[in-house]
Design a protein around this ligand. Structure first.
Ligand code: AMP
Ligand code: MG
Length: 268
């Protein structure tokens, strides 16, 4: 999945990444992708058990996207099958008055996953350099300093045992239009329609510029960003599952030795 990993120090131009491509699973179609997804789900479930048993590390999975980008669907589809007791999903919306009285990382740090667990951030501290920048909620000199804070904050989490994977779901503006329309038409989705989604759509280019800079400023070898083509939901699910599997496999997790001598134990 290295093709989607954003390299450090090179800058990012989102226009060079086609949100509709599917090269990593070129032979697959949506219908045949389900078998692959099922096997990835089993593998992810096994790795989560191991993460829990090992107990020394945690996984932080940060998900960012434009509205309708598929954050909720990704969480539902990729983590189906993983023991719900081992996963914490945290959403970050407009900060409360109390949260605004603190620094912007305060509400985030308390939600970082403890050892043995997977923490999913549905939006994150990156909103503080994305929406905050585009809507001019704090002066530029203030949000610009945050890239450095975020690198240091994530470095600290890594040094203390967390592995970090950050994903931007990359959709095209046309695909967003289709999804917003279907949101309007479907009673099971229309309740999610928020006219403010149209505001962010009207500032699409500003958001893309904010994403490009935030991602290039904060992608590191140990806390990499992945930009995942996400116009095809099935493809997005496979790519993200694979990224998470490869990340957990890279941790050398082990089941602990039994604490007691089991050789003499007889179960009557
Ligand atoms: P949703 O994910 O649909 O529940 O929407 C959450 C909303 O909260 C989005 O419009 C985000 O842009 C907004 N949001 C999240 N974090 C912040 C932040 N730090 N400052 C301002 N708005 C935020
Ligand atoms: Mg929304």
């Amino acid at each position: 999945m290295d093709a989607y990993r954003v390299a450090e120090g090179t800058g990012l131009d989102l226009r060079t990444i086609d949100p509709g491509e599917k090269t990593a699973f070129a032979d697959l179609k949506k219908s045949s992708s389900l078998n692959v997804l099922a096997s990835y789900r089993r593998r992810l479930a096994d790795l989560q058990r191991l993460l829990w048993a090992d107990g020394s590390r945690s996984l932080l999975f940060v998900l960012q996207a434009m509205d309708t980008g598929g954050k909720d669907g990704t969480i539902r589809k990729v983590f189906t099958g993983v023991n719900p007791q081992g996963v914490d999903v945290r959403g970050f919306g407009v900060p409360s008055e109390r949260e605004l009285d603190h620094d912007y990382l305060w509400r985030v740090h308390t939600q970082a996953p403890p050892r043995g667990r997977i923490g999913i951030f549905n939006r994150s501290h990156y909103e503080d350099v994305l929406v905050v920048r585009v809507l001019d909620l704090v002066p530029e000199e203030q949000w610009r300093r945050r890239y450095g804070h975020i690198r240091d904050f994530e470095r600290m989490l890594i040094d203390e045992g967390t592995v970090i994977v950050k994903v931007m779901l990359h959709i095209s503006k046309e695909e967003q239009a289709r999804r917003l329309r279907s949101r309007l038409d479907d009673p099971a989705k229309s309740y999610k329609f928020n006219p403010s989604d149209l505001d962010s759509r009207s500032r699409w280019d500003e958001y893309m510029a904010a994403y490009e800079e935030a991602i290039s400023e904060t992608t590191t070898v140990d806390a990499p960003w992945f930009v995942v083509p996400s116009d095809r939901k099935w493809y997005r699910n496979l790519v993200i599952s694979k990224i998470l599997i490869e990340t957990l496999e890279g941790l050398d997790l082990t089941y602990p030795e039994p604490e007691h001598d089991l050789s003499a134990i007889v179960i009557e």
